[in-house]
Structures are given as structure tokens and as C-alpha cells.
Design a protein around this ligand. Structure first.
Ligand SMILES: [Zn+2]
Ligand SMILES: [Zn+2]
Length: 338
């Protein structure tokens, strides 16, 4: 299944030619629920992990939620599917569904380290825009499925690997005994697509910034965005692709743009992976791939519908952005929420 983003309803470069030099290519990942294997690129799927290497665990003690008993991840995902079926069909649980839900057993809460959870596995062959260290062709991202007090986000860990070097694959990785349900991704296949992005208005300067700020819906008759009136500014809805992606520009939604220097060498970091709570917003439906448009109209913004295939919800429907240092893969990554 391919996913193709329609062209923007307005060509930004035709209106603001200076944007040409600021264009960046981003790779939309287009995650959709599926059954990926360790040999597939995936979101929330199994990792090609060497059996000889310890599985990463989070030893932090600032988990921003009480650690409560949880059902297994498999049951959590089954529960989601049952709930989604009930919601989409607008009915009560069937007797059989109720029995399945009643059989789900909670495991006792623990206070030990938390096994990290696969978030993304991206093979360079599938995903343009990844720039691996020499010899690597696979990026793996895991997280601890809790918000942490220090930055309000799940802690992430990144691994670059050579897939060919992994001959003995771990078949039964540990899973977290407890977790925040909203931070457990539904296993998804991906279908990467490259799109062009321009900076958010907050990152523009001088006369260009002024012209962008003065550009309103009234100047693009015939183009509609949910909830936008003639006086409103459409630029920020057109410049950056929503959803999971590699590279591109940062969609500053919560803060004004600020520099994110590498903690080791001070070089400005660059966005690597955007982990998104939504693939698009209701006022940005022009980003919905052609293939999803009919289903999107049918489902609307329902959790688990076309706009939330991974069922991830970072904090208050935000994006978590992983940034890396362009000078060295050895330097630690940083993360931010927008
Ligand atoms: Zn943790
Ligand atoms: Zn650095």
C-alpha cells in the first residue's frame, strides 16, 4: 500500500520565492497497523536485536506516574482492537469480547528497572534521509514507556547497527512490566514518502517574516482550513508535514524556536525522528494521503482511526522530536517536545 501526499493547496514558493533556499526534504513514514517482522522497517514492531547484547532497561526513578499493575502488551493491544471495533460499530461489547476482557490478567507492579519498548526500527534501504555512521544500515529507537519528571517525556535510546552483523537474533525480548498505555505503540509497517518543507513562521526573519505574518486566508480564496477565518494566517499549516517523519523542519507548537546545541561539542543539532501523536490534524487535512481520505472522513479524529495509527499520545497530543549532532554519532542525542 503506497501513501501519496497531495500537493499543497497553495504553492508557498510561488508566493514567497525566498523560501526556495530554506527548503528541506523530510521523509513521512506513514505508519499503518500491520505485522512487521524483525527484518522489516516498523513503528512499534520487533527489533533485529543481537541475542548476545543486554536489552536496554530504564533505571531512572523519576517516572511521572504511579507504577500500577498492567496487563501484558499483547493483551493491551487486543483490548485496543476490541474497543476500536465496538466504537466504530457503535455498539456494546459482545459476550465473547466481554469474556476475553475479563480473562486479561494484571501482573503485579514492580520497582525494578523497566525494560524499554521498541518505538522504531528503520532500515536505511527503506527510509531516505537517514545518514548512518559508516558500516551501519539500521536505526533502532526504544523508549521507557513513562513520562519522566526531568523533561516530561519518555526516555529514548538510539542504536545504529549493521544488520548483516546480527546472525543470532533475540527471539523473546523482555517487555516492560508496567507502562503508560498511551506510550505503547501499535505495531505498524511504514511506507516512507519524501516531501518538501519550509520553516515555521517563528523561524523566519526580517521582511520575509513580516510578509508571511501578513498573509491571510483572505488572500487565498477558495482554499479552506477547518476553523480558519479570513483574518487567520495559513502559512504554518502549509509549511511542515505533520506525523511521524525523518528530518525536515521542526513544527514549533509549544514554544518559540530556540537553539538546541549538542551537549558535547556545541554544534546545532538537527532533527532526526519526529514521534507524533497524530498523523494530521483536522485543520490540516490537505496532508492526508489520497489513499486515506475516504477512511479519514468516515472515522474523523477517533483514537485508533486513520489519523492515529500508532495510538501513541505523547503528553497532551504532542510530538517528541529526537535531535542528533551532525558532527558525530558518538555524541548523545537530545529530545524535545512540541
Ligand atoms: Zn524510565
Ligand atoms: Zn556534537
Amino acid at each position: 500500500m503506497t501513501h501519496i501526499t497531495p500537493p499543497r493547496p497553495v504553492d508557498l514558493v510561488a508566493v514567497f520565492p525566498e523560501l526556495t533556499r530554506l527548503a528541506r526534504t523530510a521523509t513521512r513514514l506513514h505508519p499503518r497497523p500491520g505485522t512487521p517482522s524483525v527484518h522489516d522497517s516498523s513503528i512499534g514492531g520487533p527489533l533485529l536485536w543481537p541475542a548476545s547484547e543486554p536489552w536496554p532497561h530504564c533505571h531512572a526513578e523519576d517516572h511521572d506516574a504511579e507504577r500500577l499493575p498492567s496487563i501484558s502488551l499483547a493483551d493491551a493491544r487486543l483490548e485496543r482492537r476490541i474497543r476500536a471495533a465496538r466504537n466504530s460499530e457503535g455498539r456494546e461489547y459482545t459476550t465473547e469480547e466481554r469474556e476475553i476482557l475479563d480473562r486479561m490478567e494484571e501482573r503485579p507492579a514492580t520497582d525494578g528497572p523497566i525494560a524499554m519498548l521498541p518505538v522504531a526500527q528503520l532500515y536505511v534501504r527503506d527510509v531516505p534521509g537517514l545518514h548512518p555512521p559508516e558500516g551501519a544500515d539500521l536505526l533502532q529507537v526504544l523508549w521507557c514507556p513513562y513520562e519522566h519528571d526531568d523533561d516530561g517525556m519518555p526516555k529514548t535510546a538510539l542504536f545504529w547497527r549493521s544488520a548483516a552483523a546480527i546472525t543470532d537474533v533475540l527471539v523473546d525480548p523482555p517487555e516492560p512490566a508496567e507502562y503508560e498505555q498511551d506510550l505503547v505503540p501499535e505495531p505498524c509497517m511504514i511506507d516512507p514518502e519524501q516531501v518538501i518543507e519550509y520553516p515555521k513562521s517563528g523561524e523566519l526573519e526580517g521582511e520575509l517574516r513580516q510578509r508571511v505574518d501578513q498573509w491571510t486566508m483572505a488572500q487565498i480564496p477558495g482554499v479552506e482550513f477547518d476553523g480558519l477565518e479570513d483574518d487567520d494566517q495559513p502559512y504554518d499549516l502549509l509549511c511542515i508535514a505533520p506525523g511521524w517523519k525523518i528530518g525536515g523542519w521542526i513544527s514549533w507548537n509549544m514554544q518559540d524556536p530556540y537553539p538546541n546545541p549538542c551537549p558535547t561539542c556545541g554544534t546545532p543539532t538537527e532533527p532526526l525522528l519526529t514521534i507524533a501523536s497524530r498523523e494530521w490534524e483536522m485543520n490540516g487535512r490537505h496532508w492526508v494521503p489520497y489513499e486515506d481520505q475516504a477512511a479519514d472522513i468516515l472515522w474523523g479524529a477517533v483514537q485508533g482511526g486513520p489519523s492515529s495509527p500508532t495510538q501513541i499520545c505523547v503528553s497532551d497530543v504532542n510530538n517528541q522530536i529526537i535531535r542528533i549532532c551532525p558532527t558525530s554519532h558518538e555524541h548523545p542525542h537530545i529530545q524535545m517536545m512540541q
